[in-house]
Design a binder for this molecule. Structure first.
Ligand code: GLA
Length: 444
């Protein structure tokens, strides 16, 4: 037994010894292997990150060099004349947008007075702002009643400073209150007949055109008669309608179409022309829309204007809104191809015998680090505008909607997405950005 026990102890000891040695041997090998692998990974990562860092440094350096070159170009730059004078040499007015808040901001009004000779009210000339529901409900002749308070303040500012106004807009289905189309102007009234609605619309158009012409003679030099009446998808217009006149917008009924009928656009132009004649006003009439430089919208707009002008020239021109670049995102911004498409569209409308206004230009940019490229894009865009204006002589106004940067807007804000936070020629405080000087350079 003792012998047996001794043997067992010896064999356990030997096994332990060997297995421990084996273990420690293979452990070392594995650790070495792991270490080697780690070293390889680390050195590869180091090489890669060195490469990336080098690349980053290169692009950062490049951006820095470009930014320095741009500021050197701008430094000491002397503006010889207001931009609207440079634009006038190419035959177009230089415009921007204003709202009642801007009107209270001296830096904004100074900016406007210095370089612009056309203004568009953000919302104050629109029917949904002008129409008074309570006033209309009490109206003695049954026709709509308007409240011009904010619009008049803008018109007064323009008049006092010798600036023209793009009247924007008489007929737009978006945000249009349904009560305007209902009996007694009540929220729950039945929809009125097509005939009565035509009378209301005609009255509205006549009154509004006459109001501004009477109170601010010659200030409103054109009106967008209808905005965005061409549908985007086949579900937004009737099959077979080559004008693509929208029956709905994002699922909401277009009441103008529904209550008046498929010819509400043509009728609006007829009423507007009659109203301008009656008021003895020298006003150009425009059809305004977005995506005007893309097919098939471009062609549908052509067909719609052909229909408006079938018997008499009622529509003088096309308003190209001009939101250029990705919607709410950097992808698609500052594309050279868009400049080309824009130019082709101006040529297309010019060849139809129409004037062209760029009405709501926003050269979108969502990325602050792309400031240099954005300024260059501005230059290229305005070079295109100047050259097409010189050649065709039909481009008569360029109005910028995305005029000042607004980086503090939340990303889900509509204006953030529409314009892009770094779209401007000016910073938020209305100080000039390189884009400002690039526009001057492009118009030289
Ligand atoms: C459209 C209208 C403008 C304005 C913008 C949004 O383009 O024509 O008046 O409401 O939408 O900023």
């Amino acid at each position: 037994m003792k012998k047996l026990l001794t043997l067992a102890v010896i064999s356990i000891a030997v096994f332990t010894l060997f297995s421990c040695t084996g273990k420690s041997k293979s452990n070392t090998a594995a650790q070495n292997e792991t270490k080697k692998q780690e070293e390889t990974v680390m050195s590869t990562a180091a090489t890669e990150s060195n490469g990336m860092a080098a690349k980053f440094m290169k692009s950062a350096e490049k951006a820095k060099v470009e930014a320095e070159a741009q500021s050197a170009e701008i430094e000491g730059f002397e503006q010889k004349e207001p931009i609207f004078e440079s634009a006038a040499r190419h035959g177009f007015k230089f415009g921007t947008v204003i709202n009642p808040q801007n009107l209270q901001k001296k830096s904004y009004t100074d900016m406007v007075k210095a370089d612009f000779n056309s203004l568009t009210a953000g919302n104050e000339f629109k029917a949904y702002t002008l129409l008074s529901q309570s006033g209309s409900q009490k109206s003695e002749n049954g026709m709509p009643v308007m409240n011009y308070y904010n619009a008049d303040n803008i018109a007064k500012f323009a008049q006092e400073n010798g600036i023209g106004i793009r009247g924007h807009v008489l007929v737009w289905d978006a945000y249009m209150p349904a009560w305007f189309f209902r009996e007694g102007y009540k929220n729950d009234g039945a929809f009125v007949s097509s005939d009565l609605m035509k009378k209301r619309l005609q009255y509205y158009i006549e009154e509004v055109i006459a109001h501004f012409e009477t109170n601010f003679p010659g200030v409103v030099y054109c009106w967008d008669v209808v905005n965005e009446a061409v549908g985007d998808g086949a579900n937004e217009y009737k099959e077979g309608d080559e004008r693509h006149v929208r029956t709905s917008r994002g699922g909401t009924t277009n009441y103008f179409y529904d209550v008046i009928g498929p010819d509400y656009v043509e009728l609006s132009f007829k009423y507007a022309r009659q109203a301008a004649k009656k008021a003895n006003a020298n006003i150009k009439l425009f059809y305004n829309d977005y995506s005007t430089f893309y097919s098939p919208k471009r062609e549908a707009i052509g067909k719609l204007i052909e229909s408006i002008n079938k018997n008499e020239k009622l529509c003088d021109g096309v308003g190209m809104q001009g939101y250029v670049g990705g919607y709410g995102q950097q992808a698609g911004c500052m594309s050279a191809n868009d400049i080309n498409l824009f130019k082709n569209a101006i040529v297309f409308y010019s060849n139809l015998g129409l004037e062209v206004h760029v009405t709501e230009l926003a050269l979108r940019n969502y990325d602050k680090t792309k400031a240099v490229q954005h300024a260059n894009y501005y230059e290229n865009f305005f070079k295109m505008l100047a050259s097409v204006a010189d050649e065709y002589k039909t481009l008569t106004c360029v109005a910028i909607w995305g005029i000042c940067d607004n980086p503090s807007l939340p990303k889900n804000d509509y204006s953030y997405k529409m314009n892009g936070p770094y779209c401007g020629m000016y910073n938020y405080d209305c100080s000039k950005k390189p884009e400002f000087f690039k526009v001057i350079k492009a118009l030289e």
